[in-house]
Design a protein around this ligand. Sequence first.
Ligand SMILES: NC(=O)c1ccc[n+]([C@@H]2O[C@H](COP(=O)([O-])OP(=O)(O)OC[C@H]3O[C@@H](n4cnc5c(N)ncnc54)[C@H](O)[C@@H]3O)[C@@H](O)[C@H]2O)c1
Ligand SMILES: [Zn+2]
Ligand SMILES: [Zn+2]
Length: 384
Amino acid sequence: MKAVVYDGPMRVRVEDVAEPVITAPTDVLVQITTTNICGSDLHMYEGRTTMETGRILGHENLGEVVDVGPAVVSVKIGDRVCLPFNISCGFCRNCEKGLTAYCLTNNPDPGMVGAAYGFAGMGPYDGGQAEYLRVPFGDSNCLKLPDDAQEKETDYVMLSDIFPTGWHCTELAGLQPGDAVVVYGAGPVGLMAAHSAVIKGAAKVMIVDRRPDRLKLAEQIGVIAIDDSQGSALEQILEETKGVGADCGCECIGYQAHDPHGHEDPSMVLNDLVRAVKFTGGIGVVGLYLPQDPGAQDDDRRKGRIAFEMGDFWLKGQRMGTGQANVKRYNRELRDLIHEGKAKPSWIVSHELPLSDAPSAYEHFDARDDGWTKVVLKPRLMAL
Ligand SMILES: NC(=O)c1ccc[n+]([C@@H]2O[C@H](COP(=O)([O-])OP(=O)(O)OC[C@H]3O[C@@H](n4cnc5c(N)ncnc54)[C@H](O)[C@@H]3O)[C@@H](O)[C@H]2O)c1
Ligand SMILES: [Zn+2]
Ligand SMILES: [Zn+2]
């Protein structure tokens, strides 16, 4: 089969690889019909993680079940399913509590918990930017889709990661109906946090970025766009909140945050959020921060240490929640919002391309070229 393989910094290849097979009785085999490129893939693509060359990328996957192991009971051949990017067993102490990003049984690395498809440090699992994907613990990991699965495929595929992740960020921030919330980063994850905040009944949703195409998408759903290349974002947030600051804030950028001129500083957005959020407000951090950043410019950053302004954070009595999203905790309900027409995450999709276009799609998406907001790859489409 064809698959997108990481080939070292700034390189992916579409390669012929062996098709996956059922290896455990609880496995499900899925023919992938839609698989996204994510901002998380870009950290790996840029060589800013410990990702090994030769591995298949892709953790935002949706497809049709083509085979099931003998111990699978709830999933059948022909089911259309969306797969959470976290691989969870469903029976460990963390999974039982809904903490499926921290599954205790699926990551063989000593001292690590949590697993994902095609992801640095998250176990040996192949990604789904390919024609087929082996899904461990199929009963736990397959979210079955309703009869509009094909019609709304680009909506449902967002249940694999970014929609639940955006939702999770608003949960970590403690967002309540009527709140004013500020989201940093209008990439796919930030736009999903904004979409979630609107659905949850926030009184005011603000989003900070400097990419006009992405800010425009935010405005389409009634979000206040703050362009930090045109002036201080903090001043605009304080103006919008009568000098008090937002009730809560969402960090949807991660350790490669930079100023509008491209100067990178991993502490920048966390400190911006401390300033932009009111005393006692909550901050959710879903943007990725790493314990090792081999490509960083100094020794502290290479060890994942950043200059966080703990004093101001403490003085303001704020709270912060971090980490990967427990996709399974939300994906069923968010699926139903899509099915009932109350959520439409596909409004951010800018490109639907054949799998063979992956190398150029990675290049454009990584450059954040104008109009490249969210790329969806279609393994069944043949390149012209
Ligand atoms: N926690 C999770 O489970 C989870 C899941 C998916 C993605 N992520 C992470 O979320 C982050 C965002 O993902 P994405 O797909 O939206 O990526 P993205 O890189 O496409 O989007 C990031 C956006 O932030 C903007 N930006 C950069 N620095 C900024 C700054 N200082 N101020 C304001 N805006 C700034 C960029 O212009 C860009 O539009 C990544 O770190 C990704 O790894 C986490
Ligand atoms: Zn992702
Ligand atoms: Zn588990």
